[in-house]
Every structure is written in structure tokens, then in C-alpha cells.
Write a protein that binds this ligand. Structure first.
Ligand SMILES: Cc1cc2nc3c(=O)[nH]c(=O)nc-3n(C[C@H](O)[C@H](O)[C@H](O)COP(=O)(O)OP(=O)(O)OC[C@H]3O[C@@H](n4cnc5c(N)ncnc54)[C@H](O)[C@@H]3O)c2cc1C
Length: 584
């Protein structure tokens, strides 16, 4: 591990600049980090005694409020992102992963470069702008099967997934499967959930003219929310107005309901009911950033608490400085900052993060110069939520709007807030074209199709249907499954085997490229590792021990096959399957 500033500070002890140069390190390139760096570099101008460095995992800034529109294909994905270097040209930028903060040695440990080399960056002032992360771990199966709505990748994936479902539904003969493919469930009645469900509904509705085998009446949208009203951050009247607009379009409200679990087939709710779906978008499950948790767990910095429960947020005073820790600052979603209106902490919104960043930048310079700090003051200008199909709800400076006028205000405001003239122009063009032309239904399959994944199933759910063509091999990670075949004369069923942890199924049909000879279903909550033919081939080629394991398994399960002479790698070599070689 190296401790360096990699510049004039190379030989300087950690935590101090060269001579009188003060190093300000900003962690995170979201709304908070970008605006802190922007205001700081503007304030210091050509001063050489303060250097500003920003660290982020991505080299771009995402304008999150427009993500639901990206998911719905109304705006091109690249039009809502800006390269960080372009936004803050006067700050040093480093694209890398933050591993640890050592507040005693006053350095930040990062992993950077091709070799993910560890490097310790010293600082005099540290600004936490790390935001929050998505964490679904408290709901079994949700991490494996839900789609999130937090970053660009999520929006891109969701759009392609929805179009994929429409493609599948258009050719599906089984009515149960078709219904699941055409059921879209969004969890979370806050801003991102409401905007996502409204926008996705518009995408699907406007795309249906290309899918002659799908009737509008077959499409089901459901918004699941734990409270009895949606948009709880807004005045009740606007929550009610938003609900009416969405319901009129046919979007069902499942209120006072919490998601308990999810599987490949269903979303399970706390009241014992479930919804069969292939599209589950989960906008709940925000958790503290792991780096914030790690730093706070070490002590030294104050953590915000509500009703005695630790929140994983940096507690600051009203100057944005961490309580009792001079030189440490926190801005945006990872911070608990006293709300200037006297009511608890500031809400986690971009609107607040941008203003906090401005105050933080001023106070860092004031502290370096030995001047008094200023207090953070800001009154929210208003709140807006887009509902798709040219409608929205808005509260602007005490005035409540809903429908088309609110939508027009929403678009005007967000267009003006988007950083960069060229991006604004591109989004304006996207919106103009969208008024006259249908949505683009191209499904971009940029994700590798051969990939290992873990699927979760609840008891009774079918993992493998008898008669399906075998495309995958399954290994049980947790839980138990039962292998079922029809009884005599197709009456009833017979459980021929029960399989548990680390046991494998689905190998025969995969190798032969034939139909599954039995149904396999979950006997308990079960997690299975799913391997495609390509994944399995890569594994057995690299690990002869696995080749031997699978070959032995096949010999045991299918003793009359010709497995004695052939190894797995050879069987898997032919992309079309090794039909005949192990035929029963
Ligand atoms: C779909 C959606 C719609 C929204 N709509 C609105 C809206 O209409 N109005 C509004 O005001 N707000 C809205 N918000 C909320 C707003 O986007 C957030 O409040 C804001 O993004 C918070 O900014 P931040 O900089 O604190 O955190 P983030 O934007 O989450 O940024 C955190 C940064 O830290 C970096 N980072 C984290 N960990 C590491 C690590 N270990 N190593 C390196 N880098 C790391 C990340 O890469 C990221 O750059 C919306 C949010 C979403 C998801």
C-alpha cells in the first residue's frame, strides 16, 4: 500500500498538504459531490493553497430524477449523464473504488487502476458525499429477482426487460404464463416508485400497437405501498390526485401492504397474498453506504439516531461540519443535516443536496481562511412527481397543480436543472420527438446471456417444468426440492426424489438438449444456482475435478448411458447439445 498524493504531496506525511497547501478530498460524484467540487473550485479560483480532489466509482454524474423516463424509453440513456471531468474541470478527478477511511491517520484508502492497487490519499478536509445504496437483503429473493431504480444501469435494464416480456407474451400460448409476463409490479409509493409505474405504463401502452397478440385488457400494473396513501412526502390532496390519475389509467393500488419476499415467479406480500409476475421493480430498500457504516462503526464521528435507532448517516451541525469533528463534512443522502425549518433532518433530495453543497464549500474555505462559517438555510421550493402520459402533480411555492399543467412545469424545471447545454438540448429533442413518434421497442441485449445466477423459489413453485427443453443446470444452494412425475394414466403425481443443499438437477436434459422428463419444485424456500451450458463448459474445462464430479453423477443417475468413455467438457463442447451420447 502506498501513501501518497501522487503529486507535489508525494513525500508529505499523510493528512497534510505540502507547506500551506490544504487538500480537500470529496468522496462521491453524485449531486452532493459534484456541486461541492463545483462551488469549491469556483470559490478558490486561481488560489494555489487549496487543492480539490473528487473520487467516484463512475466517471459520470447521473441526473437521477429523469431515470424513470430513461426506463420508459422517453429519453436516451446517455442524455441524462455527464462526464464528471467535464462538469468539474478544475478539480482533480479520480475514478476508483473507496475502500476505507482512516480518520486517525487522516487518509482514504482506495483501490485503483487495472490492478486495483491500494493507495492511501491524505487529506486535510474530507467531505462525505457517498449517498445511499440499494439493499434488499431483508426480503428473501428480492435481490435476485427485483429490478432496482437507482442508477443508469437499472433504468437501462428495466427498459430492455419490459420489452423482452412483451416479446415473450406475444408468442406465449399458456394463459397463466402470459398473464405473469404482462403483470408489472412496482413496490414503493414514494417519488421513484410512482414515477416509475406511471412511465412504464406509458411505455407498455404505447408499444402495444406492435404486439398484435396482446390486448390492453391483458396488461396489469400494480403499485404496492406500505402506507394508505401514495406520495407521502407531498400534501394529501396531491397524493390523492396522483392516485386518481393512475387508477383512471388502470394502475391498481395495493396499499398498506409490504413486500415480504420474491421469487422468479411471484411477489409475496406480508398479508399472505402473492402476485404472479415476471417484472418486479423494487424502489424501497435504501440502506446506508457501506463506507459510511464502516467509518461510523469505528467511532470518532457522530452517527444520527432516530428513536434510539442508528441510521448509518453522518450527523452534522447546521454548517455541514460533522458534529465534534472539525475538518470532516457531510452532504446529501449520506448525511443527517438539521432541517432549517426546524423539523428533523433535511429530506434526501437533490434539491437539498445542491444547496447543502454550496454552504459546505463556503464553510470549508471560511475555515481554511479563519473566517466564521455560515449556517445552512434553505426552504424547499416545491415538489414534483411525473406520472407519465403528460400528467404530473406539483406543489410550487404553496400552489398545488395536477395534470397537464403540472407535467409542463415538471418538464420545464427539470430541463433547466439538467447540467450542460448540450445535454439539455438532447433531452429537449428526445421529448419533442416523443410527442410525434412511437416509443422505440428495440431490445438491446447487451448483457451476456451465459451467466451464473441464483434464483429464489418459495414452497410449491415450479423450478423446472416437465416437457421444457433443458437449457440450464441447477445446483441447490439452500433449501430442498422435490422431483415429481405424473402418476399412472396421468392421475395425480409421484414424488420420485427429494434433493437438498449442494445437490444438482437438470443435467440430463441440458446435455441431451431434450425435454425435461420430470418436474422439479421447491419443497421449502430454496435458492438455486443456475448454470447455462456455456457456464458449465467453462467451469468443467478449468476444473477437472468438476468434470469428474458431473461425469460420476451422470453415471450414477443414468447407469445405462455411455458416460464411461466421455468427459463432460466433450459433451458440452457441441453447442447444439450432445444428443444421443447419453440418451436413455
Ligand atoms: C429514481 C429517482 C428519482 C429521483 N427524483 C428526485 C427528484 O425529482 N427531485 C429530487 O430533489 N431528488 C430526487 N431523487 C433523489 C436524489 O437523486 C438524491 O437525493 C441525490 O441523488 C443524492 O445525491 P448524493 O450525491 O447524496 O448521492 P448519490 O447521487 O447516490 O451519489 C453517491 C456517489 O458516491 C459514489 N460512491 C458511493 N460509494 C462509493 C465507493 N465505495 N467508492 C467510490 N465511489 C462511491 C457513487 O458512485 C455516487 O457517485 C431521486 C432519486 C431517484 C433514485
Amino acid at each position: 500500500m502506498t501513501t501518497t498524493g501522487e503529486s507535489p504531496t508525494q513525500a508529505a506525511p499523510a493528512g497534510s498538504g505540502v507547506g500551506s497547501v490544504k487538500r480537500v478530498l470529496i468522496l462521491g460524484g453524485g449531486f452532493a459531490g459534484i456541486h461541492t467540487a463545483k462551488y469549491l473550485t469556483e470559490l478558490i479560483g486561481s488560489r494555489k493553497d487549496i487543492e480539490v480532489e473528487l473520487i467516484s466509482e463512475e466517471n459520470y454524474f447521473v441526473f437521477q430524477p429523469l431515470l424513470p423516463e430513461v426506463a420508459a424509453g422517453g429519453i436516451s440513456a446517455t442524455h441524462v449523464v455527464n462526464p464528471i471531468r467535464e462538469l468539474v474541470p478544475r478539480a482533480r478527478f479520480r475514478c476508483c473504488h473507496i475502500v476505507e477511511v482512516d480518520a486517525v491517520k487522516k487518509h482514504v484508502l482506495i483501490a485503483q487502476g487495472e490492478g486495483l492497487e491500494f493507495l492511501a490519499l491524505p487529506y486535510d478536509h474530507l467531505v462525505f458525499c457517498l449517498g445511499k445504496v440499494t439493499n434488499f437483503s431483508s426480503m428473501p429473493g428480492v435481490a435476485e429477482h427485483a429490478l432496482a431504480m437507482k442508477d443508469l444501469g437499472d433504468a437501462f435494464k428495466l427498459r430492455n426487460h419490459v420489452i423482452h416480456c412483451l416479446e415473450l407474451a406475444d408468442i406465449e400460448h399458456d394463459p397463466t404464463r402470459k398473464a405473469a409476463l404482462l403483470t408489472f409490479v412496482v413496490a414503493g409509493g414514494g417519488f421513484s416508485g410512482v414515477e416509475t409505474v406511471g412511465e412504464l405504463h406509458e411505455l407498455v401502452t404505447r408499444s402495444l400497437k406492435y404486439f398484435p397478440k396482446i390486448a390492453q385488457s391483458e396488461v396489469i400494473f400494480k403499485l404496492v405501498h406500505s402506507q394508505d396513501r401514495i406520495l407521502p412526502e407531498m400534501p394529501l390532496s396531491l397524493g390523492v390526485a396522483a392516485r386518481k390519475i393512475l387508477e383512471k389509467r388502470g394502475i391498481g393500488m395495493v396499499l398498506k401492504a409490504r413486500v415480504k419476499a420474491a421469487s422468479r415467479e411471484r411477489v409475496y406480500l406480508g398479508d399472505g397474498t402473492s402476485i404472479a409476475t415476471r417484472t418486479f421493480v423494487c424502489t424501497v430498500g435504501n440502506a446506508p453506504n457501506p463506507i459510511a457504516k464502516q467509518v461510523l462503526a469505528k467511532g470518532g464521528l457522530s452517527e444520527a439516531e432516530i428513536n434510539g435507532k442508528k441510521m448509518g448517516l453522518f450527523l452534522t451541525d447546521n454548517t455541514l461540519e460533522c458534529v465534534d469533528k472539525p475538518g470532516y463534512w457531510a452532504v446529501g443522502d449520506c448525511a443527517a443535516i438539521p432541517n432549517p425549518n426546524g423539523d428533523g433532518y433535511c429530506p434526501p433530495t437533490a434539491q437539498f443536496a445542491i444547496r447543502q453543497a454550496k454552504t459546505c464549500a463556503r464553510n470549508i474555505v471560511a475555515q481554511i481562511d479563519g473566517r466564521p462559517k455560515v449556517t445552512f438555510r434553505f426552504k424547499a421550493l416545491g415538489m414534483l412527481a411525473s406520472l407519465g402520459q403528460r400528467s404530473a402533480v406539483a406543489q410550487m411555492m404553496g400552489v398545488e397543480l395536477s395534470g397537464f399543467v403540472a407535467w409542463f412545469v415538471w418538464r420545464t424545471i427539470y430541463l433547466s436543472k439538467l447540467p450542460g447545454f448540450v445535454r439539455r438540448l438532447r433531452v429537449a429533442l428526445d421529448w419533442t420527438l416523443d410527442l410525434f413518434f412511437p416509443r422505440d421497442i428495440t431490445q438491446l441485449q447487451v448483457f451476456r446471456t451465459d451467466r451464473l445466477q441464483v434464483n429464489h423459489y418459495e414452497p410449491g413453485e415450479i423450478i423446472v417444468h416437465k416437457g421444457q427443453i433443458g437449457r440450464e443446470l441447477y445446483m441447490i444452494v439452500r433449501g430442498e426440492v422435490e422431483v415429481v412425475i405424473p402418476g399412472a394414466d396421468n392421475q395425480g403425481e409421484i414424488v420420485v426424489a427429494k434433493l437438498g443443499k449442494r445437490e444438482v438437477f437438470g443435467e440430463k436434459a441440458l446435455l441431451e438438449d431434450t425435454q425435461r422428463t420430470a418436474t422439479v419444485r421447491a419443497a421449502a424456500p430454496v435458492d438455486v444456482l443456475v448454470m447455462s451450458r456455456g457456464d458449465l463448459r467453462s467451469l468443467v474445462e478449468q476444473f477437472p475435478v468438476l468434470d469428474d464430479y458431473f461425469a460420476k453423477l451422470l453415471r450414477e443417475r443414468f447407469p445405462s448411458s455411455v458416460m464411461e468413455q466421455v468427459n463432460m467438457a466433450d459433451l458440452l463442447d457441441d453447442g447444439s447439445g450432445a444428443a444421443g451420447s447419453v440418451a436413455e
